[in-house]
Design a binder for this molecule. Structure first.
Ligand code: SF4
Ligand code: SF3
Length: 548
């Protein structure tokens, strides 16, 4: 390969084309190569497990390993080569196991030379010609294949959260494995790949529904909640990422210890669930989106627990570098990792003891932010919302869900929210909200102009809200509603949200701040023809275009 590495899975990819020397995110070539090898091994497992599934008995542990491993390769989740090597070893052992199972059951396997060798993590460079993203020489086929993989990564993340709460769906596993197996077919065509990508989108709808049921079944329906953004006097632990089960365990273990728990970035919506309100030491939200962690972790003063992405590698002078802990699929060299015990629990005592020795957080903001507008809560407000639309008090909704990121061009989203006419309501989910959730945008007849449904995975709530409005207004399709889509993306969970929306037939989605590098001109042409996808231009023109 001409490059040291090749990765173009996120919005911040180098030059809008691909990271080839070192990731803009901090990912080293070795880490990238290990991830390629891991995904290659997972494709082998998927090919075999798909055959086992056809005869009615897939290996459940294989499906779980595929999900965990894909999740570990998501942007800003795992930078630890030892941890990735362990994933690879497990994957090749699992490949042997499923092949052995197929042999015992006399199930014929398709030709697949790629699962015939036993790769070792340290040999990743040797395998690069066949494991690299660039192993597919045709840019269009490559982009469509990678779109399926990136969608599966997002799906795996959500499947992992649901599983942590005891919820699994064989259909989700089947869609992921089918996608990984299909992209390995030498004769797959571009048309077949487009259908495959939409099938991954179907899986996105299923997995977000699964996770919604897991979250609300365990923690209750999110409700309108004001969340404190100031600080208290006790030392605290800052929990970030998306995993609510980890938060539950941390809150239980910190009870009565004199240590408060604060959320950061995508953990903010935990405050909206009734279950977590019973913990008096669940103190509030500290800071903003993931990319501000360098400044905000420094002033937090206490330990930080990463349950999922987005982890930003600390700079050498980072004063908080000795206070970061990881768990789940997250990893970073030198950061202690809290393992999952056999019974599924975790022991956070090392983090709690660390917190006790720290100062209380330094206040960086004060006041409250409001959220909790997931589908159940909005359904309770439906009459009010429908009335406001019918009376003309609300002219339109704009879905501004998705991710935040470092690019200065993302100021666009702040400006877009500020300049929106006062009769427009923003529907949001994901960390994209931090670009405008603290602006004084006011309300319409008591309905806030920013309705935050929750984390990126709660984008499903926005779909449910759209379907509810379609019913209330008696329109056939969500495309006939007064809803515009201006979605910000960064990593692969946003990719699965986008594919899910496309699989539901949602049209006219604008995405930015830049289009994915894996959308070649030909792929974009297909998406424009089928779905009228577009990117952002400038605030004034886009408001004219989207709002009218
Ligand atoms: Fe580059 Fe994004 Fe890949 Fe990191 S995740 S290496 S920034 S494309
Ligand atoms: Fe954010 Fe990483 Fe995507 Fe969950 S935390 S939305 S970027």
């Amino acid at each position: 390969m001409d490059y040291k590495m090749f990765c173009y899975q996120c919005q911040e990819t180098a030059g809008g084309k691909g990271c080839t020397i070192r990731g803009v995110c901090g990912k080293e070539p070795t880490t990238s190569g290990l991830m390629d090898l891991l995904i290659y091994a997972l494709r082998g497992i998927a090919i075999v497990n798909r055959e086992l599934r056809r005869t009615g008995a897939p290996v459940r542990e294989a499906s779980r390993l595929i999900c965990d491993s894909l999740f570990a390769t998501i942007t800003n989740a795992n930078f630890d080569n030892d941890a990735l090597s362990e994933f690879i070893r497990k994957a090749f052992d699992m490949k042997d196991f499923v092949c052995g199972t197929a042999k015992k059951r006399e199930i014929p396997l398709p030709e697949m030379p790629e699962v015939e060798f036993k790769a070792k993590p340290e040999d990743w460079e040797k395998y690069q010609p066949i494991t690299s993203v660039l192993a597919e020489p045709n840019a269009d086929l490559r982009g469509l294949k990678q779109l399926a993989i990136f969608g599966c990564k997002g799906m795996s993340a959500y499947a992992d959260h649901a599983r942590n709460l005891g919820h699994e769906d064989e259909d989700v596993y089947a869609i992921i494995e089918n996608a990984l197996a299909e992209i390995s077919r030498a004769d797959i065509s571009a048309d077949e790949l487009v259908s495959l990508d939409l099938n991954v989108g179907d899986g996105g709808v299923k997995v977000m529904d699964l996770l919604d049921r897991a979250n609300t079944g365990t923690y209750g329906n999110p409700e309108i909640t004001k969340v404190e953004i100031g600080v208290r006097k006790n030392p605290g632990i800052l929990i970030t990422g998306h995993d609510l089960h980890d938060l539950e365990m941390l809150l239980e273990q910190t009870k009565g210890t004199g240590v408060d728990v604060y959320t950061h970035s995508e953990m903010l919506p935990a405050h909206y669930y009734p279950f977590f309100k019973k913990y008096p030491h669940f103190a509030g939200n500290y800071g903003n989106a993931w990319w501000k962690q360098k400044e905000e972790f420094a002033t937090f003063n206490g330990p930080i627990l990463f349950t999922t992405n987005c982890l930003v590698p600390p700079t050498k002078d980072a004063v908080y570098a000795d206070k970061v802990y990881t768990t789940g699929v997250v990893g970073y060299p030198g950061f202690p990792h809290i393992p999952t015990k056999d019974d599924g629990t975790k022991d956070f005592s090392i983090v709690i003891e660390h917190a006790k020795k720290c100062q209380a957080p330094t206040q960086i903001e004060s006041g409250e932010i409001i959220g909790g507008f997931a589908h159940h809560q909005v359904a309770e407000l439906a009459d009010k919302v429908v009335e406001a639309v019918k009376s003309g008090a609300i002219r339109k909704f704009v879905v501004m869900a998705g991710c935040d990121g470092r690019f200065p061009s993302r100021k666009y989203y702040t400006e877009f929210a500020e300049k929106l006419p006062k009769d427009i309501v923003i529907l949001t989910a994901g960390c994209a909200k931090y670009r405008y959730n603290k602006l004084p945008l006011g309300d319409i007849n008591g309905i806030p102009r920013v309705l935050d449904a929750g984390q990126c995975n709660d984008s499903y709530s926005l779909v449910r809200i759209a379907l509810m409005l379609a019913k209330a207004f008696g329109v056939k399709s969500v495309n006939d509603l007064p809803i515009a889509y201006n979605i910000a993306w960064y990593e692969q969970k946003a990719v699965i949200v986008l594919l899910a929306l496309l699989s539901l037939g949602v049209q006219n989605i604008h995405t930015g701040p830049t289009l994915p590098a894996f959308f070649t001109p030909d792929i974009l042409k297909v998406l424009q023809e089928k779905f009228h996808i577009a990117t952002i231009t400038n605030v004034d023109d886009d408001i004219k275009l989207l709002i009218g």
